[in-house]
Design a protein around this ligand. Structure first.
Ligand code: GEK
Length: 260
């Protein structure tokens, strides 16, 4: 590897993200058949590394959540992290929420929840936090000032997305905010192709092989269903959010701030 390679790797690395667990090699070996992607024990073990090396700008989404928490979380209210995985966003909220808030992280993968609880237990911030193993489409939501869906909505079947967003809006206080981060699709085929190719290049720059990228892509194809920015904006406004602002976009990944 040349010095230039090292410099590029350093600049592109997301090693300011808190890391727990092993390096992701889930798709490193050639497989005869690729089963649909699942958030199982093997994925939970390497998830911090997987998401940091797979989602361009992931570390910045955590900082966006931190500043949104400082601005929007209201004393005495609840903050929900929906699809909390290992709790990276949960902790970004907890460490920046005002006194009197309660933070609730929710994930329906028992393997994620078990690890998340252990990681969260090592954090000493005073704001109370609870990690629940539940489906975000069924969980009770209320009196919320800050809600995050950090790359979770894309895994909810599209037919259930309107109802979930409407329930979140109904469970929020006026003046609160939802941070929605998603992989995006694009109507323009050339834009879609370019950003998808750059995303795959980004993953290889992060150390994934072409085989790993191809096998993961096959596994996730019908599991992660991206939508366009316009679709997200329309759905958020229809759900009852009064203003939708693009907070961050890095290649085909974006974070929206939806104010209640
Ligand atoms: C982060 N937000 O690090 N109910 C509950 N959880 C679900 C559901 C559901 N119906 N569907 C999927 N999940 C995190 C990263 S990862 C994003 C979120 C990714 C959970 C699933 O188990 C997984 O832990 C999480 O949503 C999505 O900021 O892998 O690209």
């Amino acid at each position: 590897m040349s010095n230039d390679d090292l410099l590029i790797r350093g600049a592109m690395s997301t090693n300011d993200t808190p890391r727990h667990g092993a390096r992701d090699a889930v798709y490193a070996e050639a497989r005869e058949q690729i089963a649909a992607f699942r958030f199982d024990a093997a994925v939970a073990e390497v998830f911090a590394d997987m998401i940091a090396r797979s989602v361009p700008g992931y570390a910045l989404t955590l900082q966006l959540i931190a500043v949104a928490t400082r601005r929007f979380a209201q004393p005495g209210s609840r903050c929900y992290d929906l699809g909390c995985s290992l709790g990276a966003s949960t902790l970004a909220i907890r460490q920046n929420a005002p006194a009197g808030c309660r933070v609730i992280g929710i994930d329906n993968s028992a393997d994620m929840v078990e690890r998340c609880r252990a990681i969260v237990a090592t954090d000493t911030s005073p704001v109370p936090v609870e990690i629940r193993c539940e489906d975000v489409c069924e969980t009770a939501l209320g009196d919320a000032s800050l809600v995050t869906l950090n790359f979770t909505l894309q895994f909810i079947p599209p037919a259930g997305r309107d109802a979930l967003l409407a329930r979140i809006a109904a469970g929020m206080r006026p003046g609160g905010c939802l941070v929605l981060s998603e992989k995006l699709a694009f109507d323009d085929p050339a834009e879609q192709e370019l950003l998808q190719a750059l995303h795959h290049d980004f993953k290889q720059l992060q150390g994934y092989s072409a085989l790993e990228v191809a096998q993961k892509r096959a596994a996730i194809e019908n599991v992660l269903i991206p939508e366009t920015l316009a679709t997200h904006r329309r759905r958020l406004l229809a759900a009852g959010f009064r203003r939708v602002t693009l907070g961050l976009q890095c290649l085909n990944f974006a974070s929206l701030l939806a104010e209640r």
